[in-house]
Design a protein around this ligand. Structure first.
Ligand SMILES: *Cc1c(COP(=O)(O)O)cnc(C)c1O
Length: 232
């Protein structure tokens, strides 16, 4: 069995290799280590290996880890579903939120973001396949959110995030990610924006996401091993 550090290093190498295949003019992909359900000690070990960006889905669990690791220079990313009563802590304790899917949540994050912190980086989560089980906006709902979001001075709209329907067929995976990339390109054109973040790709579809232009990949299992079923 490979160790945590061996799995981490091999993901870093794989991402480097896949990034290089896109050519030197495309910015390298950033690895977000998804540490949900993992102990603070594992986060610490990856930090010591050079990892700085960590993704969490469950607020109470994340806050507990943040308290243990407060002395480290970590960028915390919130990537889970957001209920209104969670926005205050998210606005205070995270640098990024990938899972914004309605204006009400964005507006609360904007109001609650402390003025002494830089604007909160946000991605809009898109439900590409319109699955009932997943949160996210449909592609057709995106446009209506852009102008109100741009007025929120404590938020910085960075791009789009999606979790496509699970598939092991790389061509199907690529087709989903391409739809997200095209949606972002279209928004940039229509609203004269410079959205620079496509948060797409997980352990099972990393290569497809990178080849379609991912800028942040969110990797849990391939680094930390399989999660206990009842805690996912
Ligand atoms: C859990 C999770 C991931 C990581 O998934 P793996 O398949 O374990 O790599 C990525 N993104 C989101 C939103 C998640 O909830």
């Amino acid at each position: 069995m490979p160790t945590l550090l061996q799995r981490y290093t091999s993901q870093v190498e794989l991402i480097k290799r896949l990034s290089a295949e896109r050519g030197a003019e495309v910015k390298p992909v950033k690895l977000l280590a998804v540490s949900k359900t993992r102990p603070a000690n594992d986060v610490m070990r990856l930090y010591q290996a050079g990892q700085r960006d960590f993704g969490e889905n469950y607020l109470q669990e994340a806050l507990q880890k943040q308290r243990c690791l407060a002395h480290l220079d970590i960028a915390w990313h919130f990537i889970g579903p957001i209920q209104s009563n969670k926005t205050r802590d998210i606005a205070h304790f995270f640098s990024w939120v990938h899972s914004v899917d309605r204006l009400k949540i964005a507006s609360r994050l904007n109001q609650q973001r402390p003025e002494n912190l830089p604007p909160l980086n946000i991605c809009l989560q898109v439900n590409l396949d319109e699955e009932d089980s997943k949160s996210g906006l449909s592609l057709t709902q995106l446009d209506a959110l852009i102008e109100p979001l741009l007025k929120m001075k404590n938020l910085r709209l960075r791009g789009l995030m999606a979790i496509p329907q699970a598939s092991t067929d790389i061509e199907l995976q690529r087709a989903s990610f391409r739809r997200l990339a095209l949606a972002q390109a279209r928004l940039n054109k229509a609203f004269d924006l410079r959205l620079d973040t496509l948060s797409m790709g997980m352990s099972g579809d990393l290569a497809a996401a990178v080849s379609e232009g991912a800028s942040i990949v969110r990797i849990g299992t391939a680094i930390f091993g399989a999660r206990q079923k009842n805690t996912v």
